[in-house]
Design a protein. Structure first.
Length: 635
């Protein structure tokens, strides 16, 4: 039978049949995993029962110790022995009681935490009193007694502390059982669970355990590797065999010093619990293997017909990613893969044309404008947008050109325009056009941000600072910035377009650039730009009426961010504003004295301008409509 399919859909159908076989195998495997989860649940339940049994065992031992301690506390003969104050007599009485109740240790402590007698140290050489924390807990207890696990000479004891009344409390009686391997073995015999008691410190070594010595070392390493905390359940490998592990914290004495944390490690072998389920899983895996073999065989036959065209398409896609579109894909056949190859070749042609257009536009206009034109389509029209327009121009360019040859002048212009254009683009602006040595930049079109005006001001000051770094050979420039609503879009004819902005706000920015030379400052911004730059300090220069505008405009010089302006400069700024208010009010003498008092380095042009105006006004007198506005009839 011919198994060749012209339709890729038919091939895919064959593959799906094999995939269904794999899905069935996966379902069977999921059933096995569910059985494994059930086994884990049973292990957790067994460990939970063991944890309860452990708690009950501690509670029973605590109750026994408390009863034996109260028995001794009520013994008249013991009270008489304590009344003698003779350590040997008291020690003998404690040892007799210890042997009768089968305790491991007994102690007598004064009410001020002094250890009187300790059966572990009959010679009185105990290094520290182990009952301080239980005594503190007993003092806060409603019944005047407490229990805790404490370490004496590195050996853990389950201790109970009760007061001795004669008839007032005169001492503390301590009694305890040792926590050792025998205690862990009893719990193991009762529950079938491995039990280890660990002092929860940096070492975390078991001091009592049903594990073999080698497995105890594995337990220490496993706990260190997992970083688990008391109260958690986890899996710890012991001798390459996973053990489900519950970590049960032993209650500590309450009080300001809770004492050493002891944790019971309860463990059950996971492979032993999973044995019945592992057998079932083996059977399921066999079924899975058979299904996998059949599916792989079918997949190999299918891959032989599909792999080559897919590999060819993948290699072509890598070439496209590297920007190579000149090598079309050749895939024989008329099935879906053949149609895909044809579509891929058409796509490469389209991408090649788009990149050529993008590269060409990128050299003529900014990348942002190029992207705007490509994404929205090239057509005549525009939209109203609020933008900040920046004009910059080289001062005394004519004399600068006279000192250079045409080749030198072109090289200078290219270097200068490259430098200032980089500053514009770093601040998110768009270079609209070059007009000889002048640059027009736009902030807010085609892409707008909330701080367009602020970025325009930073650009202007950055241009001035960058050119100052060139030294004596650097040209001086003037920068004018205005923020206004303009029309932004594609302007021109149907055969030649230019994405730009037009409007009265653009003209004002150009006029402000021209005023920088008159006022002797490098950057002038309009009032609308100043208002859109919160957190910056500006010096008001004047109120002017430029050519082509009837309404006067306040103009400002940016000084920098508020944090960067020194207090001395702020004081000079306030005195300048006072002099400017005198000038507008017609108090010419006060105004001139104020301008002369605050004139600093670099302010000679501004001072000279106002001195000349004031002298003319003194000669001609103030006009009847005087408001301090300066009129400029030239561009």
């Amino acid at each position: 039978m011919n198994l060749s399919f012209r339709s890729f859909r038919a091939r895919l159908l064959v593959f799906v049949l094999g995939l269904l076989i794999l899905v069935q195998g996966a379902v069977l495997l999921a059933v096995g995993r569910a059985n494994g989860s059930e086994a884990r649940r049973h292990v957790d339940e067994a460990l939970e029962l063991t944890a309860r049994a452990f708690g009950r065992a501690l509670a029973v031992r605590t109750r026994i110790l408390a009863e034996k301690a109260h028995l001794l506390s009520a013994d008249f003969a013991f009270k008489q022995a304590v009344a003698t104050g003779e350590p040997d007599t008291i020690l003998s009485t404690l040892e007799n009681h210890r042997d009768r109740v089968d305790a491991s240790v007994m102690m007598l402590l004064t009410m001020d935490d002094a250890l009187l007698v300790d059966t572990l140290h009959p010679e009185g050489h105990a290094q520290a009193c182990p009952l301080v924390r239980p005594v503190r807990s007993a003092e806060q207890s409603e019944f005047g007694e407490a229990h805790a696990v404490e370490f004496v000479d590195g050996v853990p004891y389950q201790l109970v502390v009760v007061p001795l009344f004669t008839p007032e409390p005169t001492a503390w009686i301590g009694i305890g059982f040792r926590l050792d391997d025998a205690f862990a073995a009893e719990l193991r015999k009762e529950t079938g669970t491995q039990v280890s008691l660990v002092r929860w410190d940096d070492a975390r070594e078991p001091f009592a355990s049903t594990l073999a010595p080698a497995l105890r070392a594995d337990l220490v390493r496993g706990l260190a590797a997992t970083g688990a905390l008391p109260g958690e359940s986890l899996v710890v490998p012991l001798a390459s065999e996973d053990h489900v592990t519950w970590m049960v914290p032993v209650p500590r004495a309450e009080g300001p010093e809770p004492g050493t944390q002891v944790v019971a490690i309860l463990q059950r072998s996971l492979p032993e619990a999973l044995a019945p389920y592992l057998e079932l899983r083996g059977f399921l895996l066999a079924i899975f293997a058979v299904g996998l073999g059949v599916s792989v065989a079918g997949g190999v036959l299918l891959a032989a017909r599909v792999t080559r065209p897919v590999a060819v398409l993948a290699d072509a896609a890598r070439r496209v990613r590297r920007g190579r579109y000149d090598d079309p894909v050749e895939v024989p056949g008329r099935d879906e893969l053949g149609l895909l190859a044809t579509s891929f070749n058409d796509m490469m042609k389209g991408l090649s044309e788009r990149d050529r257009v993008r590269d060409l536009l990128g050299k003529v206009v900014s990348p942002e404008v190029a992207e705007e034109l490509l994404s929205r389509g090239i057509e005549l029209g525009g939209e109203e947008r609020e933008v900040s327009v920046l004009f910059s121009d080289v001062r005394d360019f004519t004399s600068l050109a006279e000192r250079r040859s045409p080749q030198e002048l072109v090289g200078f212009l290219n270097a200068y325009l490259t430098r200032v254009s980089d500053i514009v683009e770093r601040n998110g602006g768009v270079v609209d056009k070059y007009i000889g040595d002048a640059v027009m930049a736009v902030f807010g079109a085609p892409l707008s941000e909330e701080d367009d005006a602020l970025r325009a001001v930073r650009t202007g000051m950055g241009m001035v600072a960058a050119l100052e770094e060139l030294g004596d050979e650097a040209p001086s420039i003037g920068v004018g910035i205005n923020t206004d609503v303009v029309v932004a879009g594609n302007m021109g004819s149907t055969t030649r377009l230019n994405y730009t902005v037009i409007g009265d706000g653009v003209n004002l920015a150009s006029r402000l650039e021209g005023l920088t030379k008159r006022y002797g400052v490098p950057v002038i911004v309009s009032e609308s730009t100043r208002n859109a730059c919160p957190g910056w300090v500006f010096r008001e220069l004047d109120r002017v009426r430029v050519k082509g505008k009837q309404r006067p405009v306040r103009i400002f010089e940016p000084w920098g961010e508020e944090a960067s302006v020194a207090p001395e400069a702020r004081e000079r700024l306030a005195r300048h504003e006072l002099a400017l208010s005198h000038y507008r009010a017609g108090r010419l003498d006060e105004a001139l004295r104020g301008f002369e008092a605050v004139a600093g380095q670099g302010d000679g042009g501004l001072l000279g301008l106002y001195r000349a105006r004031i002298e003319r006004l003194r000669e001609s007198g103030l006009p009847a409509d005087w408001d301090g506005t300066s009129v400029f009839d030239e561009k």
